[in-house]
Write a protein that binds this ligand. Structure first.
Ligand code: ZN
Length: 464
């Protein structure tokens, strides 16, 4: 069960867990890669017997059965305690084959994920893949993916060897920036694996990937990417690669090497506060360093499930050992803040996360559908009156109502049913969000209630 399971975390209510780095494949994508990825991409056995995808002879991605099995994913999420997975394709993504093949590969995966979200709307969200090498197709697929429910984009740290800051991608970045989307920068085999002899010991996994991410984000920093694109949110994989360890060195170079200052007026460690990173690291010390460099409001839980070196349980345990405030932010509150998850899809898990977020944000917007009446937006402002431990015990609730177009005042006043039902609404909102409040309500399920013969359905939307 997820965060709503009373048996699992009743003693210490914590934020819901949102996994922003986790992957799925499908057989159609793999078949396209096998057919069109050659000669550079090949699929063959590695030491130990599994078949891995190779780039220029170096193995770097090993498909495992869990990557094709959604039911098993949900069971494993339940087992670990992951409430919501923000799923993406992994490397080598769709940056191979002709324009038509690359677009087809993106579409078969994006459609797969859109279907999964429909099947598990309160457990699965997804990041779209785009054929970045083909600008027009990429822009069209971005638009289509957002329509079918994508909540962000996943991009590899290099696109067929090209840097993400290459002008060839500027229009795509602009579209992503305009839509204010989160983007997971995910590594692939870095250029030069052959020259660096990374076929040995499958060195791409231990060293190559983190180098790929580090190079990509360091380029963005020095290139002034974050000055140009201020609305999108970059999530650097694997704790930001080696950036937390090297950010001081990047500052030192910025101070003493003029070439580092040609494109940006801000030093790298300041840029880092505008970058997000996942928590897919394997020691407490590495996680602490990522939190220190990017800020506890910028690190997000990730598992890298189901990769062979993914570690959903260990990554969560390390997050849970962070100090209280940071722990809840990294578990799910940060993800809830930076992702604009599609409306109406929030299940109990995200409602719970919304409740926990009250301590920090205090404003929650509810969209209410009154049965047979006009749809209204009611803004509920919670002021914590008293705290007992980490749980809010009492709330002062202020309600402001407006209709869908934002009109307030007299139009709302005429909707007497809203004002009349406010006490019940407050009680209901409190109950749904796991906080105690006065009043009576009859619960009919997770997100429905009735009071004085009026049926409510409720979907909270946390204000940024
Ligand atoms: Zn990954």
């Amino acid at each position: 069960m997820g965060a709503g399971d009373p048996h699992r975390r009743d003693q210490a209510p914590m934020s819901a867990v949102i996994d922003v780095h986790t992957h799925m494949l499908n057989h159609a994508w793999l078949a396209l890669l096998e057919k069109h990825g050659r000669p550079r991409y090949t699929l063959k056995a590695v030491t130990g017997g599994l078949r891995a995808i190779h780039l220029d002879g170096a193995p770097f991605m090993t498909p495992v059965p869990e990557m094709f099995d959604w039911e098993l994913r949900i069971r494993n999420m339940n087992r670990v305690g992951i409430d919501v997975s923000v799923v993406s394709l992994t490397c080598p993504n769709v940056y191979w084959g002709s324009a038509a093949v690359s677009l087809k590969a993106a579409q078969v995966m994006n459609e797969e994920m859109a279907r999964a979200r429909k099947s598990w709307p309160d457990r699965i969200q997804w990041l779209c893949s785009l054929p970045w090498q083909h600008e027009k197709a990429a822009l069209a697929e971005l638009k289509r993916s957002l329509k079918t429910g994508a909540c962000g984009v996943m991009v590899l740290a290099n696109i067929g060897g090209k840097a993400l800051t290459d002008p060839a991608f500027a229009k795509i970045w602009q579209a992503i920036d305009d839509a204010k989307l989160p983007v997971l920068i995910h590594p692939t085999a870095p250029p030069g694996v052959k020259e660096m002899e990374m076929a040995h010991f499958q060195l791409v996994a231990s060293i190559g990937f983190t180098t790929d991410t580090t190079l990509a984000v360091a380029r963005m920093i020095y290139d002034g990417f974050f000055d140009r694109f201020q609305q999108l949110k970059i999530i650097a994989s694997h704790g930001g690669g080696t950036l937390p360890y090297l950010i001081g060195r990047m500052d030192q170079c910025y101070e003493h090497i003029p070439a580092c200052r040609t494109r940006t007026a801000e030093k790298p460690s300041l840029h880092a506060r505008r970058i997000y990173a996942d928590a897919v690291v394997f020691t407490d010390e590495a996680l602490a360093m990522a939190v220190n460099v990017f800020g506890s409001g910028n690190v997000l839980y990730g598992s890298d499930y189901p990769h062979t070196i993914g570690d959903p349980i260990g990554c969560l345990a390390r997050v849970d050992r962070l100090p209280d405030g940071a722990r809840d932010r990294v578990r799910g509150q940060n993800a809830l803040r930076i992702f604009d998850f599609p409306r109406g899809a929030f299940g109990a898990a995200l409602e719970k996360a919304g409740a926990m977020q009250l301590a920090g944000l205090r404003r929650v917007e509810h969209r209410l559908n009154f049965a047979a009446k006009k749809r209204l937006i009611v803004r509920v402002v919670y002021e914590p009156a008293q705290r007992s431990g980490k749980r809010l015990d009492q709330l002062q609730v202020v309600l402001q109502a407006a209709d869908e177009e934002g009109a307030r005042g007299s139009r709302v006043a005429r909707q007497r049913s809203v004002a009349d039902e406010i006490p019940a609404l407050a009680a209901f909102a409190g109950a749904v969000l796991g906080c105690r409040a006065g009043g009576q309500q009859q619960r009919q399920g997770k997100d429905r209630a009735s009071h004085a013969g009026v049926d409510y359905s409720l979907s909270p939307r946390v204000q940024k």
